[in-house]
Design a protein around this ligand. Structure first.
Ligand SMILES: [Zn+2]
Length: 348
């Protein structure tokens, strides 16, 4: 019995250690040290779909390219083993949760048979995830306040296609260097921004509250996914939300993303407030054309009435920067939701 307990404690410790494994800023250096002379060159920097990201590390074209990119690829190969380990731990946890949930369901069913039959799914849970029992298909059943996740007809993300090309008003970005903090909230890396950053669109001014990341991108454009996306969440004085989505593709290192990665907290649900500033202008693409449509939050409670603006031009982040996020969150994207006849407009 005691031995079993020790084993369980050991397993728990291991899974925790995996979960909070600090984002090693050392990996690029380590990769450089171990990089073979004929380092794997990167794939062409063409359309980087989610599928491509899964396989790019394995491909080996012939020509030797920029050394830096080669190192990033190696860093990624280096990390893939760790990611696999983390995934295995996650799957084990999930299987355990599924078993517990199945047991709880049985009990609830028995209870329901003797009392009100409709009460079975009337839970008030707060735990959700991107896979399995607590995954997107069941979000609406976990908590009555999350019912829009299943019944809503204005949900996000969507596959953006057949936009109406019109003379869209430019988004007026009024961003300035600002204090920030970084949290790993268990679903994503989220950056809180101190006040003073605004956008104005269609006569409304919204203030930037926070931004966070998804991998792969939640939104697609004509079916094409991207490596990652940053969601910049703004709110106006009436509490209405406007989200600017900045798509991220594989390419050059991104300085703002590096600053955030440098300041990741070591533990989940801890907030790190570094004594430096972020300039959100650094994350915006040069071209400011965008798609716009009405949608929802892409996480519970899936509230609707959110104005979405998806920038057409992606920004770039390096392979190592993408790999680092994927160690923490290999997959944190809600599946595509039905468009349901919504109008999508796009800059001409
Ligand atoms: Zn988001």
């Amino acid at each position: 019995m005691r031995t079993l307990f020790a084993l369980l404690a050991g397993a728990f410790f291991m899974s925790n250690a995996l979960a909070v494994d600090p984002p090693a800023s050392a990996s690029p250096a380590k990769a450089a040290a171990s990089a073979p002379k004929n380092a794997t060159p990167p794939k062409s920097a063409g359309p980087a779909s989610a599928a491509a990201s899964a396989t790019s590390a394995a491909s080996a074209p012939t020509v030797s390219p920029a050394v830096l990119k080669g190192r990033e690829e190696i860093a990624e190969v280096d990390l893939s083993a760790k990611i696999a380990a983390r995934l295995a731990a996650l799957r084990a946890q999930q299987a355990e949760r599924a078993a517990q949930a199945a047991q709880a369901k049985k009990v609830a069913k028995r209870k329901a048979a003797t009392t009100a039959p409709a009460a079975v799914m009337h839970h008030h849970g707060t735990h959700w995830s991107y896979e399995g029992e607590f995954g997107p298909r069941n979000w609406g059943k976990i908590n009555p306040e999350w019912v829009k996740c299943s019944t809503g007809t204005r949900q996000s993300p969507i596959d953006i296609r057949d936009g109406m090309k019109v003379d869209l008003e430019q988004i007026n970005f009024d961003y300035r260097p600002s204090g920030f903090n970084v949290t790993d909230n268990g679903h994503t890396i989220q950056v809180g921004i101190s006040g003073g950053n605004f956008i104005t669109i269609m006569g409304r001014t919204y203030e930037l509250m926070q931004f966070h990341f998804h991998r792969p991108s939640e939104e697609r454009i004509n079916g094409r996914g991207f490596e990652m996306v940053a969601h910049l969440v703004h709110k106006d004085s009436e509490g209405k939300l406007a989200v600017v989505a900045v798509l991220i593709e594989r390419g050059k290192p991104q300085s703002l993303i590096q600053t955030i990665w440098n300041n990741l907290p070591l533990e989940k649900n801890e907030t790190n407030s570094p004594p430096t500033v972020l300039d959100m202008n650094d994350l915006l693409p040069t071209r400011r054309d965008y798609f716009t449509y009405m949608g929802s939050l892409t996480t519970p409670p899936c509230n609707e009435g959110v104005l979405w603006m998806v920038m057409k031009e992606p920004v770039q982040a390096s392979g190592a920067q993408l790999a680092l996020f994927s160690r923490l969150y290999p997959m944190n994207a809600r599946p595509i939701q039905a468009n349901s006849g919504r109008v999508i407009k796009e800059s001409n």
